[in-house]
Design a protein around this ligand. Sequence first.
Ligand code: BGC
Length: 747
Amino acid sequence: MKKMNLLNVTLVFIAMLMCQNTLFAQDKVDQRVEEIMSKMTLDQKIGQMIQITSTSGDDVPDWVRDAIIEGRVGSILNAGTPIAIEKLQKIALKEGPNNIPLIIGRDVIHGYKTIFPIPLGQAASWNSELVERGANVAGIEAYEEGINWTFAPMIDVSRDPRWGRIAESLGEDPYLTSVLGAAMVKGFQGEQLSDEEGRIAACAKHFVGYGATENGKDYNAVSIPDYHLWNVYLPPFKAVVDAGVGTFMTAFNDINGVPASANTFLLKDVLRDDWGFEGFVVSDWESMSQMMNQGYSEDLKDVARQSANARLDMEMVSASYQKHLKELIEEGEVDVDIVNTAVRNILRSKVQLGLFDKKYRGVPKNSSILSATHKADAKAMAIESVVMLKNEKVLPLQQNQKIAVIGPLANAPAEQIGTWSLDAVVEDVITPLTSLKEVYGDNILYAEGLKNSRDMNTSSINKAVDVAKQADVVVMFVGEDAILSGEGHSRAFITLPGAQETLIEEVAATGKKIVMVVMAGRPLTFENIENKVDAILYAWHPGTMGGPALADLISGKVSPTGKLPVTFPRTVGQVPLYYAYLESGRPANPEMLGIPTGTPLDPVGLSNNYLDVSITPAYAFGYGLTYSEFLVSEPKLSSTEITSSESITLEVVVKNLGTVDAAEVVQLYIKDHVASTMRPKKELKGFEKVNLKAGEEKVVTFTIGADQLSFLDRNGKTLLESGKFTAYVGNSSDNLHEVSFTLTNLK
Ligand code: BGC
């Protein structure tokens, strides 16, 4: 007992020391910021709030040099090569007023030069350690080339596969997005913004609601009921604030009629006052000046007034602050304290990142770019991102058989890196064709069938059919070219583009077994051909190491372990389709597959269904197969009653019943049966990816308490309401055991 007390006292002492050290460090940062602030003119302060875009190449254009020397710029995005960045920082530190370094930003989204799978693919790994490592690798490579700040992670909850930027998202679920978004922030920054080597500032974007863009078209209007804003769209942003994210970016869109870049409620009341965010907020590319197009701002002066008063600290590319902020302060339209606070936020970040002391990064002497370790990490991530949707005893493919590799994406390095790969080295990308040849040698036959995924010219399909005929089994690489997803690249049809369905149908007519590998930036619909293929691997855009990763999976060296981070609809007409929906007063029977011709309406009833398609998805959120078979046991609760101040535990045993090693993602969902505001059908509240050797088992324990059972009301107030709850546990949102309990005794 005595020993215990001594230990406790020591721990408290250490904690106090750590806390004091942090406070001390913070004091030093603040002191330094104040010293700089005291020497700055108003013009120079406004200069810190301006971000310009420079050029590619090694040189610094004269207009950029002048802007730096005159103190008219605080940050540059897309600043050119490391040589140019070194020059820029030298100018800022030697010739700029008060010797303030620039913060150099760039979109380092899923890798810098070693490209990892697109974020939606990374989310399919359900592996936060790998996701953190991916961001870390990206950050290190970018840091080595002088970049201080990435515009990632994008944590917009995305429930519309038409939207091109779903590729950049972490999927449809607020909890999964929160966990993985926080992991990315840690990967880029470490525990907090710091001057540690290889660390750069992260940026939570796009605040907020960009993923809810009306009809999936990019840059469209956004209407989100308060209740959904608090429970669906805001939680990931709160999670990354808690994880110490250094910066935020506002969205292009409005939220219920008020643009995100002038939204005082979101930027001040929620982000600063409620959540205590202390970093700085940047606009999106011209998202401020675009408020004139949105019918919210009269002119550029109005833009500056509205955004500054909403507490937007830095303007990306457009020039409203540069042209009008000073005048607005002089006229009393913007309080000078708003500018002082914004500049403090920006300078604090620059000090924390060590930009003053490191002088400038300089051209790297030793580069870890595309190192063997980075590639190994990218491969590990690519392997875990692949989701096996179907396997009728065809995968993995044994040696000693002829394999026809067919399709426009089998050997398309620039396509497999996907959207937002500004700095990718395409020559370093390894394609599936190359890797499969390494594994299966001369047994690989190849025909592309179509020039690219959008190709409508069917003249080469015959050749592909001939190749298929010579083989024992066919592997088809189909999907979307990189350009079909990403910013400004939404689609109204989400089927396989071009003549790819025809290609698959004609190859299938040979009667050969087909493995379909889909590389795409979004969930696609392929109901027409699903039954023509025997196995489906959904590989997203898998990045630099997509080829070796897929070869390991196809050959059975490793098992697929990915799970869908987003629901796959059967047809675009079902969109938006997500598992955590609010229930209808007239629920439909999920078995009902539409109304057969000639059936009168009455027998079917009037329910929440479609006449022409099932209400179920093609593949559910959380779904994904492995080469093994897993059993998740019935859950055991430590108690079926819980009070508001307690927590209970839920235990399941997960067992690998098969003969190969693999991993299962055990998922916990909760349903609150009756509440003051309707609650979703079920909501993900926990998950654990468990690696198990053949025959091995493990107990997985989840804790259920206030965090898992509460929700937010329309004003953002946390509610914990008594009543019946059900916990669901299993390996997919549509394959779950359930157990109920009651929350009582609320004070
Ligand atoms: C995008 C942002 C990106 C920015 C800078 C914008 O068009 O919406 O996500 O960070 O450009 O490149």
